[in-house]
Design a protein around this ligand. Structure first.
Ligand code: PEP
Ligand code: MN
Length: 350
């Protein structure tokens, strides 16, 4: 940590700062510039204790700014494991590896509305390159009057779709009380954008032992997102796949804009700062079918390990996210272009 003093800070103000640092078990190194002094906390003291002092330091007389150098997340940091660690979902012949050699496509409807919707969609996407199925059983809708999902019934339908296609499935869990139920059916648990900061839920899914798909909160920084992954990992579960799904920016505004801005830079950042696989959700970022292919191309170009994409056998009649879900034949066409893009993306380097 560096503490930059204001120009003209008094010697006793600098000494008081040094005292706080020493108490946290760190050594003090002073740097005197022409205008101001900077105090560096160096060594292997109690990082958490030192971080707890950051507010205190920032409010001390004579201090301009106390800045951390180390990352606030620890467990999923690439400092712990330099090489990326693949995450395996499912068992047997149809197991899926995120962060391996293959680009992983997860596809399916936004919500599991009926058995027909999930079966027809799952069968079609399975034939056309999807390696996993998606579908919401518990839906985090913005209005309470909207369709909330079929709950357990949807989990049963998803399990049937897995039986027929052989593909594992991921579905969202929104509530600590539902983790045990959803974990009984699903191959992977999804934490949605609205729940990324729900620490109790993060720890509960961590305890389930299942692989976790952790979406980035739409107003979360990358560090917030990696700290959320740390909560899951704190329960001994490091099988986490990160998912960039778009964030709120001014560019998202207006009827012709995207719903969220896909933060493409976050993909290589997440891969550099953590050892976790990173995928992209082009559907929720785009918000509109016609914008989805561009988002897929960008995601692959950015080096994503896979994507989770919404596909519906009859999007016009969908009870949620009707405008962004691809038609079955649209998905089939889109997937034809994916292998060449993946290959081209691997050739990009500096
Ligand atoms: C979803 O994938 O169904 C979903 C609700 O996504 P998000 O949490 O990213 O909005
Ligand atoms: Mn959706």
């Amino acid at each position: 940590m560096f503490i930059s003093m204001i120009p003209g800070a008094l010697d006793e103000q600098v000494s008081a700062v040094e005292e706080v640092i020493r108490k946290a078990g760190y050594e003090v190194h002073g740097i005197s510039g022409t205008e101001r002094k900077v105090v560096a906390a160096i060594g292997a003291g109690d990082t958490y204790k030192l971080l707890e002092t950051i507010d205190q330091l920032n409010s001390m007389p004579g201090v301009d700014k106390a800045m951390r150098v180390s990352t606030p997340f620890r467990l999923v940091s690439s400092e712990r494991h330099e090489r990326a660690r693949p995450v395996v979902v499912g068992i047997g012949d149809n197991k899926v590896i995120f962060g391996g050699d293959e680009f992983v496509t997860i596809a399916g409807p936004c919500s599991v509305e009926t058995k027909r919707v999930i079966m027809a969609t799952a069968k079609s996407v399975a034939k056309n390159g999807a390696m996993m199925i998606r579908g919401g059983a518990f839906k985090p809708r913005s209005t309470y009057t909207s369709f909330q999902g079929l709950g357990q019934k949807a989990l049963e339908y998803l399990a049937e779709a897995r039986e027929v296609t052989g593909l594992p499935f991921v579905t969202e869990v929104m509530d600590v009380r539902d983790v045990e139920l959803v974990a009984r059916y699903a191959d992977m648990l999804q934490i949605g954008t609205k729940n990324m900061g729900n620490q109790n839920l993060l720890m509960e899914v961590g305890k389930s032992g299942l692989p976790i798909l952790l979406k980035r909160g739409f107003a979360a920084t990358c560090d917030d997102w990696f700290c959320a992954a740390d909560y899951v990992a704190s329960q001994g579960n490091e099988n986490i796949v990160l998912c960039e799904r778009g964030i709120r920016t001014f560019s998202s505004m207006g009827p012709n804009g995207v719903r969220f801005t896909l933060d493409i830079g976050a993909v290589p950042i997440a891969k550099a700062k953590t050892f976790l696989p990173v995928i992209v959700d082009p559907s929720h970022a785009a918000g509109k079918r016609s914008l989805v292919p561009a988002h897929v191309g960008a995601a692959i170009g950015a080096g994503a390990d896979g994507m989770i994409i919404e596909v519906h056998n009859n999007p016009k009649a969908a009870k949620s996210d009707s405008a962004q879900q691809l038609y079955l034949d649209g998905f089939t066409r889109l997937m034809k272009g994916v292998p060449a893009l993946v290959k081209a993306s691997k050739a990009l380097s500096i």
